[in-house]
Design a protein around this ligand. Sequence first.
Ligand code: ADP
Ligand code: MG
Length: 233
Amino acid sequence: MLETRGLTANYGQFRALFGVDITVAVGECVAIIGANGAGKSTLMRSITGVIGNAPGMVLHRGEPIGALSSAEIMKRGIAMVPEGRRLFPSLTVEENLLVGAHARKVPGPWNLDAVYDLFPILRERRKRPGTALSGGQQQMVAIGRALMSNPELLLCDEISLGLAPVVIRDIYAALPKIRAGGAAIVLVEQDIGRALAVADRVYCMMEGRVTLAARTAEVTRDDIHSAYFGVAA
Ligand SMILES: Nc1ncnc2c1ncn2[C@@H]1O[C@H](COP(=O)(O)OP(=O)(O)O)[C@@H](O)[C@H]1O
Ligand SMILES: [Mg+2]
């Protein structure tokens, strides 16, 4: 459903991605792991059109989407939960969620009620400013906002970063329900254990390159260690 082919990305003179090839099938959950600075967020930004790329480097359902704007890519059903959550500070929880629904109007399993059933605390807090919530609750709003566009692919960039273990557990508990709604998920994580526990496949990145591509059921700790750090365990 989504494919990158020899994807490169630059920030000015600095090259952040060197020929990245990944695929995501319909309904699949794919983890992308790697140390700080490996290029994970740059890969997400390239897929969602925040960073431009050459024709044919990103394909959605076989069609090149590299020349499209972020808004056009969202309309195709690719939604991102950005690193750092990025809520609209002047909007309430509910208004933040409704922004997601504006991005793409298609029928699907996700609407306000479904998001509130997924994260009941958000129903209680729906009239509060999004930024008045705890970090975990803000992360729930960011996920809910992305779901409101009924995406076929949800890109999650470090959704557990900086959150307490109990909160991470609640957020991870939502992932199977999101998949049950039909969305494929790309999970960018530094928490390798959590990512591997839910993903079908894993890519490891290091210094702008994919150093490992494997089924999670088949991957060993040593494989991960050498792909992550570049040296054998
Ligand atoms: N806006 C930017 N301008 C310049 N360099 C950047 C920018 N964002 C990221 N980088 C650099 O690109 C590389 C990859 O960063 P990033 O994709 O954020 O990694 P990750 O998400 O895996 O931590 C790093 O060397 C980082 O310093
Ligand atoms: Mg990042």
